[in-house]
Design a protein around this ligand. Structure first.
Ligand SMILES: [Zn+2]
Length: 88
């Protein structure tokens, strides 16, 4: 069955994303699927599953496609935070 889950482009480089599947372990029967960028190779670690690959892919696709709406910290706050980290 063809995979119908759409993966958004890589959030870091805009490259195409693809599923990375690892077949079921012979001992445990646990398989694993994840997502990686074909351009910069950033990787969503993936999930282990007993269920059908389609269910697992739906889950990782939803995670991969999620984009943060958080706004970046102001530069001043970042400098302040790193100053606290390096000053003892
Ligand atoms: Zn990328």
């Amino acid at each position: 069955m063809a995979c119908s889950h759409v993966l958004l482009a890589c959030p870091f480089c805009g490259g195409a994303a693809r599923f990375v599947d690892r077949g079921a372990d012979q001992g445990t029967g646990v398989a694993c699927t994840g997502v990686e960028c074909t351009s910069c190779s950033v990787r969503f670690p993936g999930v282990s599953y007993f269920a059908a690959v389609d269910v697992a892919r739906e889950f990782v696709a939803a995670q991969w496609n999620q984009r943060s709406t958080a706004r970046p910290l102001a530069v001043g706050r970042i400098k302040h935070a790193s100053g606290r980290l390096t000053t003892h």
